[in-house]
Design a protein. Structure first.
Length: 255
């Protein structure tokens, strides 16, 4: 089976934020499986980045709106034939459950972690390069030398407060990605341009390139049109644009 490298490009700010959060949560999951001091540092560094994302706009309201919008759109399929009604019912259940939990949360997302004196000290120093080193935060240094099991328990407790957000982000992005099937497109001389139907709420573009090709995709554009350039990395020099025609997999996701 041919392997593809997928490049994603968000078509609105809401999806851009969701993709960043997904990236941070995935890193946390990876480093939570480790047991070294550096794994614990990486987990908390990503938690600090998540709190920074939370502070930019009213993310809770944005998530509630997106969950509700998806529930309404998918709810229209309940009367249609050829639909897996069991799976649809399960998805609608989770959309409504997560929306209800978010509605019931008081204050900003991550407020409990912001109010934690220990984590707040780390967050204040995290914006400084090297600001969380031992002499800057001796309390952090001491915590990092606790037994792994104790650090793990602390981190699991803190991450539990973010679990509803993580589940919401994962579900929304999964639905968006599964909303369309990939088609084959060709970038002539390494360039492809595409106009989007303004009547359809496209949210995400996915570009799949065969892994054996020596190119990467650079995507630009917004909700009305986008362009893809295929570039070849060059050591110690600027990337070079492909001059040959390149076939790739294109998915324009809208839900």
């Amino acid at each position: 089976m041919q392997k593809y490298i997928i490049y994603e490009h968000p078509l609105n700010e809401r999806v851009r934020t969701l993709l960043r959060l997904e990236f941070l949560f995935r890193q946390i999951k990876h480093f939570m499986s480790g047991n070294t001091v550096w794994d614990s540092r990486a987990v908390l560094s990503n938690v600090m980045d998540i709190l920074t994302v939370f502070s930019r706009g009213d993310l809770k309201t944005e998530l509630i709106k997106e969950l509700e919008r998806n529930a309404v759109n998918l709810g229209r399929l309940t009367e249609k034939s050829g639909v897996d009604h069991t799976q649809l019912k399960n998805i609608l259940h989770w959309l409504n459950k997560l929306r209800g939990v978010l509605h019931g949360m008081e204050g900003q997302l991550g407020q409990e972690l912001r109010d934690n004196e220990f984590l707040n000290a780390i967050r204040q120093r995290s914006s400084i390069p090297g600001g969380t080193c031992d002499f800057d935060l001796p309390l952090y240094h001491q915590w990092l030398h606790l037994p792994h099991e104790q650090r793990q328990a602390d981190m699991e407790r803190w991450l539990a407060t973010l679990d509803t957000v993580r589940q919401s982000v994962e579900l929304i992005l999964k639905l968006i990605r599964n909303s369309a099937e990939p088609t084959t497109a060709v970038a002539e001389s390494g360039v492809y341009q595409h106009a989007l139907d303004p009547a359809i709420p496209f949210q995400l573009v996915r570009i799949g390139i065969a892994a054996e090709l020596p190119y990467y995709a650079e995507v630009s554009g917004g909700k009305h049109r986008f362009a893809v350039r295929f570039l070849r990395p060059v050591a110690n020099a600027r990337p070079q644009q492909a001059t040959e025609d390149i076939a790739f997999r294109l998915t324009c996701c809208a839900l």
